[in-house]
Design a protein. Structure first.
Length: 137
């Protein structure tokens, strides 16, 4: 994403991303639509990582987070009084992402979610659950 692309988004700011310049433009437009349609709060945990950061975080060797143009994010929980366990929010995010074409989704024990649009270079459809680990940072 270029600096002049960010104002086109309604739900995300460059400061929420480790390396905003590495985020894919089309992916971010898609993610913004997911956030709008899901209508629930979430916080970006990791986005792009270097290979060294990915290894230190315990990320998968072929993690979408290390792609030069990053088309993946992890979304951390943002519980609310009416959704303390984030069950409704997770459902809204996952069902909206699927409806909008996402074919690669992960879930962490912490409740965080992984969304990526790398089905053109990684196996899809896929949904996985990481047990015993937090979302890599």
């Amino acid at each position: 994403m270029r600096a002049d692309d960010w104002p086109k988004l309604r739900h995300f700011k460059p400061g929420e991303f480790r390396r905003p310049e590495k985020m894919g433009y089309e992916f971010m437009l898609w993610l913004d639509e997911v956030a709008e349609d899901a209508g629930v709060p979430g916080v970006i945990v990791p986005s792009h990582r270097t290979k060294e950061e990915n290894q230190a975080a315990g990320g998968a060797p072929d993690s979408a987070h290390v792609d030069e143009v990053c088309e993946s994010v992890d979304i951390g929980m943002r519980p609310r009084p009416d959704d303390p366990n984030w069950n409704y929010s997770r459902f809204q995010i996952v069902s909206t992402a699927i409806a909008k074409g996402c074919r690669r989704i992960g879930s962490y024990q912490s409740g965080s979610l992984h969304l990526d649009r790398t089905e053109h270079k990684r196996p899809a459809p896929r949904m996985w659950r990481v047990v015993g680990a937090e979302a890599p940072r």
